[in-house]
Design a protein around this ligand. Structure first.
Ligand code: DC
Length: 666
């Protein structure tokens, strides 16, 4: 997951290959609660791992459920029938509506002494209609903050069953879902009827609820979408095992990207695994809307295949009530349409993670669209021409869907980059969204590269590593490649000079190196520590003067330039390896300062040294490096010099980030 303050997406040409998407949030949190309410064990496969499921899992543990995470399996031991369950808990539910509403209802029916609260935005999301229904039923539910909103306190109920329970259906379908999941707990002796007041929105989510209730042994009778009856004697029974489909709303971003994609893999486009057109999720009907706009979509059991069809896309005018979440993706596709598109009946957007109508309208305008918004609709006229597109920093409002939608602007025809602010908000439903997208995306232009060259011990590695961390970029420590080659050559007992130049070059070309989680592995063995040894540094210095070795490492180094960008450190990064790099920094520090730093490094490894000796060493090495025939140390012509002698690392990082920012169009 990107933990950066922002993520700059370079312009993208398209996507191809295959993606496997994480489990559906709606299904995950429903099956978690249903499994929790059962007696005995349920094994859930492919449960979504995200903020919203994490808060649910945590709450279930507090309520006395057994929870074991075993790779793709989640094992839940339910509290059904248990008299020893904890009857008191303080439950923090983040911003997860799919946890807050159903848990509130289930606990209100079960009874106890519970407090339910969340992040500030959760305390602005309505729950009054659900609480009214629960109060009418005889539950003890009190607001501890603003009336109508969480936090809630729940006590012991005095259930009054008999009259049908009325619930409003036109604010959030989650209120009805919550009642449908809670009331089987109270239906031992009589039928319980629920009547929906007002037009029921987001019906497909109710369909998921009914489908899953049936999987857990409760068959709800229904009369259209107005009246639902939980039959007398209903009781939850674990299905034993249950598979969670990939999230259809998450699939919408990849379906859209496929429809926007100028590159196709043969004739296949992008394959999406884990969800097919026969999904039980309502947002799967996004496919129909995407097809109407021009996407070409094929489907099979648990897979979809998507590629560009009509281009530009065709504008639409659509009632989106049946796909409230995925409809945001249509708003982004509208940027690429042949005229203005209107999305109607989307009032529920206003009470989601943020006011999504206002939020998306503001961001689309920044990108160059003309947007009109109403209480329950949005109309989007795309930028009039490629030149009318604007580079924008997309504000995400702590809303995962704003961030994922924002990424679709990277396919713009003007080849402008897009900045996504606070990208980590995708953690709510799809923590690795950007990694997944970038793994199948093709850049529309050269991948951004920042080069940090400079003399030995100038702090290149530290600066490069920190810049990469701040920007979410990959990092190339080119010295490590020379060191690894030297280590491999030493192990192969090769002489480290021209006599073995060809053999060492061949070793370098096929180096079985792997960089993952901050470790360096050579042929599967962790050599991170071994590469830092003084004698390996000397050996690297020797082989790095061999032109054939340098040539052999060239393609390997250039291969590190992958989306979303690269920070490369090493002597010839800006001159030879990435001459087209967008920013080149030549980092220096006085000999005295570098000697002081080197002394500290050595001391940290328990090695004593004298400053004078180190100064002499460094001066000699500088002279050798600058005068050597092969890859002499010299700044690229267009490199910006940075003397960090008197600077902290933070100051150097801030300086380079400022230079980088000055080159961005945002
Ligand atoms: O930065 P370092 O100490 O890990 O580098 C090890 C050796 O490799 C050093 O002698 C310089 C050489 N090198 C090089 O010639 N070209 C690079 N791009 C990086 C390192």
């Amino acid at each position: 997951m990107f933990q950066t303050a922002f993520l700059d997406l370079p312009p993208l040409a398209g996507i191809k290959g295959a993606v496997r998407l994480p489990g559906s949030k709606s299904i995950s949190n429903r099956v978690l609660l249903l499994a929790a309410l059962c007696q005995g064990r349920t094994v859930l496969h492919d449960l979504l791992a995200s903020d919203d499921t994490r808060v649910m899992l945590h709450a279930l543990r507090q309520l006395g459920c057994g929870v074991a995470l075993e790779g793709a399996r989640t094992v839940i031991d339910g509290i059904g029938g248990r008299t020893d369950r904890p009857r008191q808990a303080d439950l923090f539910l983040g911003n997860a509506g799919t946890a807050m509403r159903p848990l509130a209802a289930a606990l209100a029916v079960l009874g106890g002494d519970y407090t339910l609260h969340g992040v500030p935005r959760m305390h602005e999301r309505p729950i009054g209609d659900l609480v009214d229904a629960l109060l009418a039923l005889g539950c003890d539910v009190r607001y501890t903050g603003q009336p109508g909103f969480p936090p809630l306190h729940i006590g012991e109920p005095k259930l009054r069953l008999g009259a049908p329970i009325a619930v409003r259906g036109d604010v959030s379908s989650q209120f009805l879902t919550a009642l449908l999941m809670a009331l089987p707990l109270a239906a031992q002796t009589r039928d319980i009827a629920i009547e929906v007041a007002g037009e029921l929105i987001s019906k497909p989510y109710i369909a998921i609820t009914l489908h899953l209730l049936a999987r857990f042994g409760v068959r709800v009778e229904r009369d259209g979408w107005r009246r639902f009856v939980i039959p007398r004697g209903a009781a939850y029974r674990s299905p034993g095992e249950i598979h969670v489909e990939a999230d259809a709303s998450s699939a919408s971003y990849f379906i859209a990207a496929g429809a926007l994609s100028a590159c196709v893999d043969g004739q296949k486009g992008l394959k999406i695994e884990g969800v097919g057109a026969d999904s039980i999720q309502g947002d799967i009907r996004f496919i129909e809307a995407a097809r109407t706009m021009g996407a070409r979509i094929d489907s099979g059991p648990n897979w979809l295949q998507v590629r560009r069809g009509a281009w530009p896309l065709k504008a639409i005018d659509l009632d989106c009530n049946h796909i409230p979440d995925a409809a945001m993706t249509l708003a982004m596709m509208a940027l690429y349409a042949d005229g203005p598109s209107t999305l109607r009946n989307i009032a529920s957007w206003r009470v989601k993670e943020t006011d999504r109508i206002a939020a998306i309208a503001a961001q689309l305008r920044k990108l160059g669209a003309q947007v009109e918004e109403g209480a329950d609709f949005i109309r989007i006229a795309p930028p009039a021409s490629p030149a009318a597109w604007k580079a924008a920093a997309i504000r995400t409002y702590d809303d995962h869907r704003m961030a994922m939608c924002g990424s679709l602007a990277a396919f713009n025809p003007a080849r402008l980059p897009v900045r996504i602010e606070d990208p980590r908000c995708v953690g709510k439903t799809f923590p690795d969204y950007f990694e997944t997208l970038l793994a199948v995306a093709e850049p529309a232009a050269a991948v951004p590269v920042i080069c940090i060259d400079g003399p030995t011990a100038s702090g290149k590695g530290t600066l490069a590593g920190e810049l990469a961390r701040r920007l979410g970029y990959h990092c190339l420590d080119s010295g490590a490649l020379y060191r690894a080659t030297a280590l491999a050559a030493t192990r192969a007992a090769l002489a480290l000079d021209v006599s073995c130049e060809t053999a060492i070059a061949e070793l370098a070309r096929t180096l079985p190196l792997d960089f993952a989680e901050g470790r360096i592995r050579l042929a599967g063995q962790d050599v991170t520590g071994a590469l830092r040894a003084e004698e390996i540094g000397m050996a690297a210095s020797a082989i790095s003067t061999l032109p054939a070795v340098r040539r052999a490492l060239l393609a390997l180094q250039q291969g590190f330039a992958r989306l979303p960008g690269l920070v490369a450190d090493g002597r010839d990064m800006g001159t030879v390896v990435f001459p087209q790099a967008r920013l080149k920094v030549f980092l220096t520090a006085s000999v005295a300062e570098r000697a002081r730093r080197r002394r500290e490094q050595l001391l940290a490894r328990g090695i004593e040294s004298k400053i004078e000796d180190l100064c002499a060493d460094l001066a000699a090495r500088d002279a050798r490096d600058m005068n050597r025939a092969s890859a002499p140390l010299m700044p690229a012509e267009d490199a910006l010099p940075l003397d960090n002698s008197g600077q902290t690392i933070e100051q150097s990082v801030a300086q380079v980030l400022a230079w980088w920012q000055a080159r961005q169009p945002f």
